[in-house]
Design a protein around this ligand. Structure first.
Ligand code: CU
Length: 125
């Protein structure tokens, strides 16, 4: 094997490692819910091709109040579901829709659109 071939193979390998790291292993941003004057943990979530933020950290035993604003007309995101809490809401475009519930157990709870294409996660500590 010639040196140029080696270089091509090695750089291809390095690129693969970088892509795997970027998509699956790099730490994703987490948003900690801010406690409001009412004692609820509040987060505003923008819905546009996904949820942002999509990883929310909250404390157990305190109400979590999530306000969704859907800024797109794609039917994919017109509903948001929290299966673990039996919560769901329709999200009319441009309107603020608030979901409130109190997680009692620590854990990781997913939320998603009705088809499961958009996903987010609530981490309860
Ligand atoms: Cu969807």
């Amino acid at each position: 094997m010639t040196t140029p071939q080696m270089i091509v193979i090695l750089s291809g390998f390095a690129l693969t490692v970088l892509i795997v790291w970027y998509f699956w292993l790099s730490p994703k941003g987490q948003t900690r819910a801010a406690v409001s004057a009412s004692g609820a943990q509040e987060v505003a979530i923008m819905v546009k091709g996904g949820y942002s933020p999509d990883v929310i950290v909250a404390q157990k035993g305190r109400p979590v109040r999530l306000t969704f604003t859907r800024q797109e007309s794609s039917s994919c995101s017109e509903q948001v579901l929290f299966p673990d809490f039996n919560q769901s809401a329709l999200l009319p475009e441009g309107e603020q829709v608030t979901l409130e519930f109190t997680p009692s157990e620590p854990g990781e709870y997913g939320f998603q659109c009705q088809m499961g294409m958009l996903r987010g996660k609530l981490i309860v500590e």
